[in-house]
Design a protein around this ligand. Sequence first.
Ligand code: 3HC
Length: 551
Amino acid sequence: MREIKTVGVIGLGTMGAGIVEVFARGGLQVVGVETTEELAERGRGILQASVDRAVQRGRVSEQDRDALLRRVRISTTMQDLSGADLVVEAVPEVMAIKDQVFSALDGIVGEDCILASNTSSLSITRIAAGTDHPERVVGMHFFNPAPVLKLVEVITTLRSDPEVVQTVSALSTALGKKPVVVGDRAGFVANYLLFGYLNSAIRMLEQGHVSREDLDTAMRVGAGLPMGPLTLMDLIGLDVCHHIGDVIYGHSRSQLHAPSATLEQMVTAGRLGRKSGRGFYTYARTGGSQVVPDELTPQNGEQAGVERVAVVGEGTIARELVGRLEDGGYAVTHLADASGDLSAVGSVGLVIEAQEELDDTEDGSVADRDVDDLFRELGQTVAEGTVLATVNTYSAVALAAISGRTEDTAVLRVHTPTGNGQVVEIGRTTATSARTVELLRGVVRAMGAEPVVCRDRTGLVVDALLISHLNDAVRMLDEGYAGAEEIDTAIQHGLGYPMGPLAMVDHIGADEVLVLAEELHSGSSCLPREALAPSPLLVEHVLLDLPFTGR
Ligand code: 3HC
């Protein structure tokens, strides 16, 4: 394995400047190259701001920062790369520009120099084919923000020299990164899985299934991901998302990756995310991360107050609900025996059905009372305007029709805490009134959870997005493109998830994931049915009771 002492980085945008910082932090000499003095200055600014922040946060001493900056030379002359042992390009994702850069490099660097591309989606095989020495070309794909996220996808081609691959991998490890070596395929591991999920999220927004704020809350709090999908796309850049999405769709032809009209229009209209000051959200300044209100920001409407709440049913969820509602300041009537007299709920503002579901009862017996029958009677018993909700897996539309309380009925889905808090999804029908929705939002907040309002479709938001995302990861494993460890490392360290998707399947339970995936596939989810078919490998693991990880 050769020794890497001096590294060149071409292109000093967000990614390029971040990559410069990674190498310089690791003690290497770095030459950063841009095309103009203005762009070089911008790159210097990104690097300076990032290292200054590290000093402010006490992560790096001023002395170390100054030493780090002394290791970096920024230039506008490609010739300055002549002494480099490795050059990483991070120029715009246009093949003609990549071709230009690599053929120029062929004439500048020494024979032993490794050439790497940070491309997120273009074919490394194609880039390598345009050079004099394809055997020294690999992909070295970093994740934004590069100084924070540990993943480096090392992309090999049929021509890559194994010693080059080993050197780049070992260097990444020495820099504190987690390299994952994979073959050349559109989107590689992380972007391929990420963009199916992001596309599904845009689809939900397009269809008016959920608001942008609630969509992000659902995935950040309810699924425990570091950012909501729309916030993340604004960070990545919508033009970049559009480009990567197109490349992946060109390969997969799956409905999951079918280009979104919304994304296309936003890019054409110049709404590129943080970098243009406006994307899905509006930002205080171009390039900043602080979101400011705009015309889509929800107004705090008049909230219908409710003081008395009834919980119907016995069991863990019912008891927890009673406790949290009482802590939230409500007077709670607990009807543990759902088959008893319902007259006690006559004067409450909200009734929540929370009987144990059939499968959950210890002796396998049926729940206290048939829910259809219960809602029919509630419809005849409760006062006008009383909101009816269930935490069980019944359809809000069916319960609204049965109770006759079309404006006042919704379903609630509780997502267990993931370290960030808890989400309660509120599934509404087309007839559910704004008053009912606001009343339920208020109650959920008073219980110390975050409300997410969406249409009552299979999987609501969290399960629909998360389970299809996990199923997609199992499908990638089944296709043999990457192993379980590679997939999990890529997603955990490239996207900052609390654990990889296969570890998540094991954590939730493969059987539970399969049940949810089957429901999504056969149900009314707003995602494309074809893309939701449970992976045969998921079925195998459930039948054989095999975990995906730790074997
Ligand atoms: N540069 C350098 N450091 C940064 C940074 C940046 N742009 N942004 C945040 N940080 C550092 C902070 O200084 C902080 O460090 P410290 O804890 O040691 O003080 C740490 O990261 C956490 O930052 P914050 O507390 O400000 O914010 P969060 O805890 O919310 O973390 C985040 C921010 C790291 C961006 C986190 O939300 C995250 O991991 N999000 C997921 C991002 C993601 O998925 N990226 C991949 C996109 S896909 C991609 O890049 C591939 C490409 O091909 C498209």
